[in-house]
Design a protein. Structure first.
Length: 135
């Protein structure tokens, strides 16, 4: 026999918020692996995986915003809009460094800037999302 379980989208969204810290850890690890592969044969594949991770994270935030009906809420806009803008700015910086073949800038973004940023999100931003979820 087959058992089918269903969940309300809000329940899935609430659980997803709890998983964001782990996802940020994975992105941080991908940053480190990508940085250490600069100039090696597997750099492009690792860089592509990282960009996919950024895209997935961004899509997750947009989906959470939609399901949790945060749009238009001043508190959520104060949390989500800067987070999205920062994510986009870092992605643009990485892509710019990639186009300029600037290994030093790429490695600094990947090894220092992004992991520091992700730690700040873990410490400040994700807890704000949890509070918004619980309110």
């Amino acid at each position: 026999s087959i058992e089918v379980f269903t969940s309300h989208p809000r329940e899935v969204a609430e659980e997803t918020i709890e998983l964001l810290n782990g996802f940020l850890d994975q992105l941080s690890e991908l940053c480190t692996k990508t940085a250490t592969s600069w100039g090696k044969g597997d750099y492009r594949s690792k860089f592509s995986r990282l960009v996919e991770g950024f895209t997935t994270f961004h899509e997750t935030l947009k989906t959470l915003d939609s399901i949790m009906h945060w749009s238009g809420n001043p508190e959520s806009n104060a949390v989500l809009k800067p987070m999205e803008a920062e994510l986009l700015a870092y992605l643009q910086g990485l892509l710019g460094a990639q186009q300029q073949v600037d290994g030093a800038l790429s490695r600094r973004l990947l090894e220092v800037d992004l992991p520091v940023h992700f730690r700040r999100w873990r410490a400040d931003t994700i807890p704000q999302l949890v509070r918004m979820r619980d309110s």
